[in-house]
Design a protein around this ligand. Sequence first.
Ligand code: SAH
Length: 229
Amino acid sequence: MFRATLFTLYPDMFPGPLGASLSGDALARGLWSLETINIREHGVGRHRAVDDTPAGGGPGMVIRADVLAASLDAGLPADDPRPRLLMSPRGKPLTQARAREWSAGPGVVVVCGRFEGVDERVIGARGLEEISIGDYVLSGGEIAAIVLLDACVRLIPGVMGKTESGADESFEGGLLEYPHYTRPRDWEGRAIPDVLLSGDHARIARWRREQAEAITRERRPDLLKTRPS
Ligand code: SAH
C-alpha cells in the first residue's frame, strides 16, 4: 500500500483537501494512508524551538538540522524503503512521470519546509531529494506536499474509476490533452465537432491526436522537445 508520512510544523493542514473527493474516498477505502509527524515534538528547550537565525545574517529563520534530523530518525525506521522528499522551490520539478513512479512504489516521506527553509546540512545527511511544484515561492511546504500527494494518489491502482482513465491525460506521452465536449450537442450556437459524433473510432483517435499535438505546439512547445517517442 502507498504510505505517505509528512513531517510538518502544521499537522492540522492534513489531510485537508486530500480528505475529500477521489483521494478522500481512497483514503477511507484504505488504498493509501497518511501519517503526520509534528517536527516541533523534537524542538529544543522549554519553548520547543525548531528554528534559528541564519548563519551569516539576513532575514528570516531557518529550521535547525538537529531538530529535523531527530524528528526523521524517531519517525522512520532505518530501513524505510520510501523516497525522502523535501518540498523546495530549488528542487527538481514535480512531473507526471515522477508522480507515476512514486504512485507505483511503497509511498513517500515528505518534509514540509517553513520560514527560509531548512539547514542545508540535514538535506545531505538524511538523503532528502528536493522537489519543486513550480517557479514561485509559497509560504510553506504543506500545500506543495498536498499537490504532490494528490498527483500520486489518483494514479494508485483502484483509485480512479477506470484504470485507463489516466493514460490519455495531459503530460502522459508528452502531450497536453485534446479538448472535451459533452451534451448539449448545440450550445449557444457552438456545435460539438462532427467527427466526435461520427462513431468512427479510428477517425476520432486521429483527430484527438492531431488536436493534442496542435495544442501542445501552440501552448507548450518545450514539451515536444523532451517528448518520449
Ligand atoms: N527561502 C526559500 C523559500 C522558502 S519558502 C527560497 O528562496 O528558496 C518556505 C517553504 O515553502 C520552503 O522551505 C518549501 O518547503 C516551501 N515551498 C515554497 N515554494 C515552494 C515550491 N515552489 N515548491 C515546493 N515547495 C515550496
